[in-house]
Design a protein around this ligand. Structure first.
Ligand SMILES: NC(=O)c1ccc[n+]([C@@H]2O[C@H](COP(=O)([O-])OP(=O)(O)OC[C@H]3O[C@@H](n4cnc5c(N)ncnc54)[C@H](O)[C@@H]3O)[C@@H](O)[C@H]2O)c1
Ligand SMILES: O=C(O)C(=O)C[C@@H](O)[C@H](O)[C@H](O)COP(=O)(O)O
Ligand SMILES: [Zn+2]
Length: 373
């Protein structure tokens, strides 16, 4: 059942071409306003199934090209992208037409990349359906697909014209996916807004209830963090005043992406980010920059909502060297120099460039005692 209709919270992303992220209940009928005037035809990129359907009345004013794509990470493949291009070509899709991507972060990443590449860029509006996509993937304009060498290695920056975070959609989201989304929410807490950590710590059960006002506040706060960061450094070229800029949003992601790749994407993104944050917290602690109590807070708050802080069975038999090999092709790597986002303190992210393999190994052993090297 939907909560009573109230005006959504509007978060403006003040980047290259400013746009709004709407957060609230019962918002689907706002889609035409986000698409804007002059759009006659929409290509709806969506995963299969009822949670990713848009009501007929919302699309009534448009000619609709239905573009179903595989569920989850399987959508982020070159073959799927090519199939979408073929469909757009057959339809004669023009620059006055628009893409609408409805789904989790994998769908919005793929749909955004379709929009970024077709005719060198057409309008896209995201309708994220997972917590993770609402707070992160659909906002900020990073789009892309995976390759055999790793995650998100091909992509483009292409900002949406608007983002519709209808919290009612979270009621069908599987519990494990909500938990995964909390991984990115808590990341925002560590890098920028510690009130997020306090909200979750005060009552973890409410953070796990998609109908609770706490979840609405967490979404709003995490979107605000992302909006602020990308407004300052849209293309990840660097921050100012010692802040790492957009790379801060990559907190925990260097190890996370390697874990996702070596496990064939069977570990959820937010789960992998949780493990990656436990790792970089130990890295920062061993490097003498992070108070041990803050490092420990990673484990406590992540585990309080059921995020993993110990290596899952999917990593059985995987040694640190296997992960290190994948981390060497991370986008933040420069030549042979690996770079990790770490914290000097809560809300004080910085880049640690070129840590020795010994330090990395020690941090991994401290984070995950007994793990194979
Ligand atoms: N572009 C970015 O800035 C950015 C940021 C963070 C993550 N990402 C990417 O996002 C992806 C992860 O996103 P995700 O966690 O949403 O995963 P996902 O898109 O794979 O969705 C996870 C699962 O949840 C299901 N689901 C989604 N919404 C649902 C709903 N309302 N009801 C029922 N089921 C629903 C999907 O069908 C899927 O099975 C990764 O590929 C990650 O790299 C991108
Ligand atoms: O928006 C960003 O910038 C991020 O880094 C957000 C991350 O949560 C997200 O997973 C992103 O897709 C990772 O980007 P990548 O450039 O490391 O592939
Ligand atoms: Zn992420």
């Amino acid at each position: 059942m939907s909560a009573p209709t109230v005006d959504p919270t509007t978060i403006r992303v003040r980047s290259g071409a400013p746009y709004d992220v709407l957060v609230g209940h019962d918002l689907t009928d706002r889609l035409p306003a986000l698409l804007g005037d002059g759009v006659r035809r929409v290509a709806v990129v969506h995963a299969p199934g009822a949670p990713f359907a848009l009501p007929d009345e919302v699309l009534a004013g448009y000619e609709v090209l239905d573009l179903p794509v595989p569920d989850g990470e399987a959508a982020k493949a070159a073959s799927v992208l090519v199939e979408c291009w073929e469909r757009l070509g057959e339809a004669g899709f023009t620059r006055s037409d628009a893409v609408v991507a409805v789904g989790g972060g994998a769908t919005t990443d793929l749909g955004g990349f379709v929009a970024a590449t077709w005719l060198r860029g057409v309008r896209v509006v995201h309708v994220p359906t997972s917590l993770l996509a609402m707070v992160d993937a659909a906002v900020g304009g990073k789009t892309g697909i995976d390759t055999g060498a790793g995650k998100n290695l091909v992509g483009a920056f292409h900002e949406p014209a608007g983002v519709l975070c209808d919290l009612d959609r979270l009621t069908t989201l599987p519990a494990a996916e909500l938990v995964s989304g909390l991984g990115e929410v808590l990341k925002c807490g560590f890098i920028a807004d510690p009130e997020i950590l306090a909200l979750v710590e005060a009552d973890p059960a409410r953070a796990l209830d998609p109908t609770s006002p706490v979840v609405a506040e967490l979404v709003e706060r995490a979107v605000q963090v992302k909006a602020d960061v990308v407004a300052g450094d849209l293309r990840e070229t660097g921050g100012i005043g010692g802040h790492p800029g957009r790379e801060a949003l990559n907190y925990g992601h260097t190890l996370a992406h390697a874990i996702e790749k070596v496990t064939g994407y069977t570990v959820r993104h937010g789960e992998a980010v949780a493990l990656g944050m436990v790792f970089v917290a130990e890295l920062a602690r061993l490097d003498g920059r992070l108070d041990p109590a803050v490092a420990d807070r990673h484990r406590s708050v992540l585990s309080s909502v059921g995020l993993p802080v110990a290596l899952p069975p999917a990593l059985d038999g995987v040694g640190f060297d296997d992960l290190l090999a994948v981390m060497r092709v991370d986008k933040k790597t420069r030549g042979a120099t690996l770079r990790f986002l770490v914290l000097d303190d809560l809300a004080a992210p910085t880049v640690l460039a070129g840590p020795s393999d010994e330090l990395l190994r020690a941090a991994y052993a401290a984070a995950f005692p007994g793990a194979p090297s």
